[in-house]
Design a binder for this molecule. Structure first.
Ligand code: DGL
Length: 285
């Protein structure tokens, strides 16, 4: 299921004419605070298997969800500015709801590269719900954004949208990707926090408004029980990326890379998992 990226405020990136990008080795740069953006990468691979990719994670800044708007905006604008200068991507995808709902408009103003953001899939959720009660799980920072209020107002004004900021799910998704066991209490807590709100027992559709959360969708489905469907933006984001680079040529000259901010060794379990996403070069930036 997809979110409608045309509803994103800020300057809409116009598609470049087919074939315009000069360098066939130019990567698509996907950016998140951690491993959540891999859920977007998976969909991008489906539609653009030949496209060279750099996956960048601001692990030194993880989690974004408990930071202020100013902190998130400064990190995202600073890092994307430096990385676009260094890697000359053909397109940047901010594969993070927190970063997009806070900084997408600002980053589009300052970077001269097409930018695709990630916004909560409230529009498709409103079309899917039969009970009229939608749950929204995001980070604490995402769920308080005016951006989310606008999406609710525009697409779900006649529905009931119950929000919950669930930092524990980011933790659970990161652990799962490292090959560690997911703490069932973290999952149970997120489901209960929505269910115990007024009308929460009638939720039949849950928006996963953080790119980390599809990594634990199976666990969430078990916690919510039957009759609840989940929706997130990754397939729609991938289609938007494909539209913006349509007709361009690709030539991968080195294995795709994952770049992480911060210090220290990258655990082997992590490396193995990233390799499954086609990310063979792993570096600190
Ligand atoms: N993956 C990010 C998102 O989509 C957030 C995780 C974090 O708190 O850093 O919102």
């Amino acid at each position: 299921m997809t979110s409608d990226l045309t509803s994103a405020p800020g300057k809409a990136a116009a598609p470049p004419p087919p074939g315009r990008h000069a360098d066939p080795a130019a990567p698509i740069l996907l950016f998140d605070s951690g491993v959540g953006g891999l859920t977007v990468l998976e969909e991008v691979r489906r539609v653009l298997p030949e496209a060279p990719v750099i996956y960048a994670a601001d692990t030194a800044g993880l989690p974004y969800g408990n930071k202020t708007e100013a902190q998130v905006a400064a990190r995202v604008a600073g890092l994307l500015g430096r990385m676009t200068e260094r890697f000359h991507p053909r397109l940047v995808c901010i594969a993070c709801n927190t970063a997009s709902t806070i900084a997408l408009g600002m980053v589009r103003e300052v970077l001269e590269v097409p930018i695709v953001g990630t916004v909560p899939a409230i529009k498709p959720a409103a079309a899917m719900t039969r009970t009229g009660v939608i749950g929204l799980l995001g980070t604490q920072a995402t769920i308080r954004q005016a951006y989310v209020d606008r999406l609710e107002h525009e697409f779900a004004a006649d529905k009931r949208l119950l929000r919950h900021g669930a930092p524990g799910l980011v933790e659970a998704a990161e652990a799962k990707l490292r090959g560690e066991a997911v703490d069932p209490a973290l999952i149970r807590h997120a489901a209960e926090a929505l269910r115990c709100q007024p009308e929460g027992e009638r939720i039949d559709t849950v928006v996963l408004a953080c790119t980390h959360f599809p990594l634990v969708e199976e666990e969430l489905a078990a916690a919510f029980g039957p009759g609840v469907r989940f929706v997130h933006g990754a397939p729609g984001i991938a289609r938007q990326v494909a539209r913006l680079v349509s007709g361009q040529e690709y030539s991968r000259q080195a294995p795709d890379r994952a770049l992480f901010t911060g210090q220290g060794d990258i655990p082997d379990a992590y490396r193995a998992k990233l390799a499954q996403y086609g990310l063979l070069g792993i570096e600190r930036i």
